[in-house]
Design a binder for this molecule. Structure first.
Ligand code: WTA
Length: 654
């Protein structure tokens, strides 16, 4: 196997490939010349993206790179995101559906563009009355209910950046993010259903608020009615505020292209989550453009991205991209197997879904359940399939292509990150040949490469670190109030400021295929990807070492058939602490309390020692190998080689 000096093994997949289906090619939004157009005319060609939007005033400059890597895009332009997602569609598409919402309890709601516009205006008026002004960060701690996109667009209308905290995050995680963003307004809800049971979300929000510095104005959406485990008290009620402001008109606040549209916290190598800052002009242009070019969205489509708006995929490709293009976007609150395993396909048939965008984890579950579920429903409306969030193995890719797309829909495997704002590496569905397991070439206008540890491009067939060599409009502008960390995390590794070379390092490994396609190998930092959720191992470790009786902990990702990776925690107990089942439970609970249930370790392994180098560094690769049951590499550099056997035995007993 080709292996480079970074130590990544390239996967030697058979190089099978598929041409884009002819019927798709004929109607595709973009065609072959697009690659060339961007090559010839960079960065000016990016105006193509900006031109998908309505601007209050045109930009004077496409890209300002005077102060690298603090790039600015569409400089001098002014626009409002809520106007772009709503008002400008009213004349032509006011009566068309903007959002089709399917609640877990099979409650349904449809919002036409006019109705959504009305809701957003009322909520913007209410937020303004509560004191929210341009540039105030509003935290939205909401599950997949329509009030979430309504609140996002209301914030955008006021020029107030939102910071959405995924509803599965714990009270502590909410508080940490609110404090970091100095956010004085919170919109949350009383609760929501999961597999039919009401969850007490308000209780969690209140617990979080108890430790937030300063006063917070709180608004609560009444989702559960009589089923709500906690009653709304001193908080404002979302529905009452909206009703009181029904019919209000709030003029969209004109924003500079570089003004912040939102903040999104994500996990990195160190303990504290990173506040990724996205802007109004560059981000919105980028997600509209990629929705057009890659998802092939047309206004008459019924497009479904089955992600959660609490993560970047939902921001870019449930809310901003599709609504900017005036299409119908489907929002699904439930899980794919509730009330039955054919649920998604039943909804595809019922709504005539044209594009489906989901994660490899979901596809691997569908595979496990069996092709008989999708086979029961009419999926002929589907035109395109997409995946995001983690590497997709060729087997899952082919299953998706065959059993969901009936071999007539192109599959786009889109590599991108919270930081990139939108898709970066993927085939264009009506243009490029598809190769299962390989994301594809960089998008037109995007320049990516694979390098060795000195930053030199690797030869075809080799693996190394993925890097991005040119700026792009959707890129993060900085980490909120922390330019230094922004430089350290993303630019320091491979840039050469003396030579004015700025290289973005996404902290993923990749293999450069012979044909220039990129096969993504996954994170090379201390981030684990469980079901497409980014989890920082340091965050999990810090939750675990906070438990009384824990002396030391190391957390790594082990392979998992369905979720891609799973969290493995190796724990050394303090003297006198018995290694009991209940102690193991306490450790798992601590992770749930500090982060959220999605980060819970699937294995807690008690060990007398951790494998360390002579300089005292924990050898994580070895712990990963042990978790995966792989043959162990060289252990001779360990200070304590005997420990490996003990840990293997402990894992075996788990
Ligand atoms: C991983 C989600 C392989 C990658 C949009 C990246 C992928 C991280 C793919 C970002 C893909 C995303 N193939 N790996 N198509 N898409 N990833 O910030 O490791 O939640 O760095 O953004 O997911 O996760 P994030």
């Amino acid at each position: 196997m080709p292996e480079d000096d970074i130590g990544l093994e390239a996967r030697l997949d058979e190089q099978e490939s598929f041409e884009p289906p002819a019927a798709f090619v004929e109607q595709a939004n973009v065609s072959e010349e697009i690659h060339e157009a961007f090559e010839q005319n960079w960065p000016a060609e990016w105006e193509r993206a900006a031109n998908l939007l309505s601007w209050n005033s045109e930009w004077d400059q496409v890209l300002d790179d005077d102060n690298e890597p603090f790039y600015e895009w569409f400089v001098g332009g002014e626009l409002n995101a809520s106007h772009n997602c709503l008002d400008r569609h009213l004349d032509d598409r006011g009566d068309e559906v903007a959002i089709e919402w399917i609640g877990e309890d099979d409650d349904r709601r449809s919002y036409t563009y006019s109705e959504l516009h009305e809701e957003v205006n009322a909520v913007a008026a209410a937020l303004r009355e509560l004191g929210v002004e341009a540039d105030d960060v509003v935290t939205l701690y909401l599950p997949m209910i329509p009030e979430l996109p309504v609140a996002m667009l209301a914030c955008a209308r006021l020029g107030a950046p939102h910071s959405v905290v995924f509803a599965g995050f714990s009270a502590n995680a909410l508080a940490e993010r609110m404090d970091a963003a100095d956010s004085g307004t919170l919109v949350t809800c009383d609760g929501y259903y999961r597999r039919g049971d009401p969850l007490d979300h308000l209780q969690k929000a209140r617990e979080g608020l108890a430790s937030v510095d300063g006063d917070v104005t709180t608004v609560v959406v009444d989702r559960l009615g009589e089923d709500a485990p906690s009653e709304v008290g001193a908080e404002h009620v979302f529905g009452d505020l909206r009703d009181r402001h029904a019919g209000a008109t709030v003029e969209p606040v004109s924003r500079d292209a570089e003004d912040m549209l939102f903040l999104m916290y994500t996990s990195g190598t160190t303990g504290k989550p990173k506040g990724v800052k996205h802007t109004t002009g560059g981000y919105l242009s980028y997600v509209a453009w990629t929705s057009h070019a890659v998802l092939d969205i047309k206004p008459e489509d019924t497009y479904w991205c089955a992600a959660d708006i609490g993560w970047i995929t939902g921001h870019s490709y449930i809310v901003y991209g599709p609504l900017a293009l005036g299409t119908t976007t489907v929002m699904y609150e439930g899980t794919p197997d509730y009330p039955h395993k054919g649920r998604l396909w039943e909804l595809v048939e019922e709504y005539g879904v044209t594009q489906l965008y989901t994660a490899p984890t979901a596809i691997r579950s569908f595979m496990k359940w069996g092709a008989e579920y999708p086979a029961e429903y009419d999926r002929s409306s589907l035109r395109l399939l997409g995946t995001v969030g983690e590497p997709i193995n060729p087997r899952a890719w082919k299953w998706y292509y065959k059993h969901i797309g009936d071999e007539s829909c192109p599959v786009v495997d889109t590599w991108w990150q919270t930081e990139t704002g939108g898709m970066m590496i993927t085939t264009l569905p009506g243009v490029d040949r598809m190769k299962p397991g390989s994301a594809g070439p960089p998008l037109p206008g995007v320049s990516a490469d694979v390098v060795d540890s000195r930053g030199h491009p690797v030869e075809a067939g080799q693996a190394g670190h993925l890097v991005v060599n040119r700026p792009w409009p959707g890129m993060l502008r900085t980490l909120y109030q922390n330019d230094e960390r922004f430089l350290d995390e993303y630019w320091q590794t491979y840039s050469n400021p003396d030579r004015d070379e700025w290289v973005y390092f996404p902290e993923d490994g990749a293999k450069l295929d012979d044909d220039g396609y990129l096969t993504i190998l996954g994170r090379v930092d201390d981030v684990i990807n469980v079901s497409g959720h980014r989890i920082g191992t340091m965050e999990v470790e810090s939750a675990i070492v906070g438990v009384e009786g824990v002396a030391e902990a190391a957390v790594v990702g082990g392979e998992h058939d369905i979720t891609g990776e799973a969290v493995y925690a190796y724990v050394i107990t303090a003297d006198g602490q018995p290694e009991t089942e209940s102690f193991r439970e306490a450790i798992v609970e601590a992770v749930e309390t500090d982060i959220g249930p999605f980060a819970r370790p699937s294995a807690v392994v008690f060990t007398p020692e951790l494998p360390k180098t002579r300089s005292g560094k924990i050898m994580r690769r070895l712990l990963e190998d042990i978790a995966n049951g792989d043959e162990l590499g060289n252990t001779s550099t360990l200070r304590n080689p005997d420990v490996v056997h003990d840990i293997e035995t402990a894992v075996g007993e788990e």
